[in-house]
Structures are given as structure tokens and as C-alpha cells.
Design a protein around this ligand. Sequence first.
Ligand code: PNS
Length: 165
Amino acid sequence: MIHAVYPGSFDPLHNGHVDVIRRASRIFDHLTVAVLHNPQKPNTLLGIEERLAIVRESTDGMAGVDAAMFDGLLVDFCRRIDARVIVKGLRAISDFEFELQQAHLNRQMNPNVETCFIMTATRWSYVASTRVKEIAQLGADVSKLVPRASLTRIEARFGRPTPRL
Ligand code: PNS
């Protein structure tokens, strides 16, 4: 049985993330979506409990998928839950350098864990949590970019978007 981990800040979870989760869940027997709780960086839009709840609501019904929060090193979390694979989504070549560095360092720290990349679906390849937050904060609609569970929390924070032509 192969247990994989899909880690991230998920602030907020967007449709590109959901696509990677769905596709990874078809490859691995068990997928844990691991939401980073970083007390050193408390300025996330959504709190850890909200981000975790969004992942749980958005993956409800996906076989073999669960969600957990983690802090500290990802490789230590993998050890604790006995996961052998780290799943990462790659949108563009610009993601690659950063991800390659992390993959090498993670493998150096824990050689029992392999990083596996899933190419983000073309239709979501331009979506990033940072952009979603910026657009929502500036009063525009992000409903096509995020799952309902994220949208509810985003609208609770920034209000309903201003209608545009
Ligand atoms: O969604 P993000 O913010 O791009 O996710 C980054 C994440 C959580 C995958 C990365 O920051 C991480 O693994 N953090 C845990 C700390 C850690 O293990 N750092 C060493 C990485 S080589």
C-alpha cells in the first residue's frame, strides 16, 4: 500500500489543488492532504482550522483521501504517518526550480520518501492562491477559481464581489 502526502499552505485551496488531489488519489492507495501550520507566519488569510475544514469539505467522497495539519519539517511528518511519497503540482517551468530544490533537500533528509510531480491541468495552470486572494480582496469574483468551501470563507472575509460587465 502506498501512502502519499500532498502538502501545502492551501491559503486558500483552489481548483488546481483539487485537481491534483483527485488525480493523485487515483494513483496512490491513501493520500493525506497536509495543511501547513506555521506559527512563525501567522499572516495567512485563513486560519489553520478553516483551511483544514475547506480541504475536508472539498475532498468529501474522494476515496482514500484524508486531511491533517502539520508543522515542522515535512519529512518528519512523512515519517510519523509512514508516507513514502510527497506529491507536488507543477504549473509551469517557473515552479520547477523551487520544487527541485525542495525535492533534493527532502530526499537528503529522508531518503525513504520520493517526490512525485503531477502537471497541473491546463485550465488551472494560471491559478495561484496569492492571485486568488488579491483578486478577492480587490472586490472581484473568484468563484470560477476555487471550490465552494473556499468561496464561502473568502466571501465571509471580503464580502460579495462587485458585479462587473
Ligand atoms: O503551498 P505552499 O506554501 O507552496 O507549500 C509549501 C510547503 C508547505 C510544501 C513547504 O513550505 C514545506 O514543505 N514546509 C514544511 C517545512 C519544511 O519541510 N521545509 C523544508 C523544505 S526543503
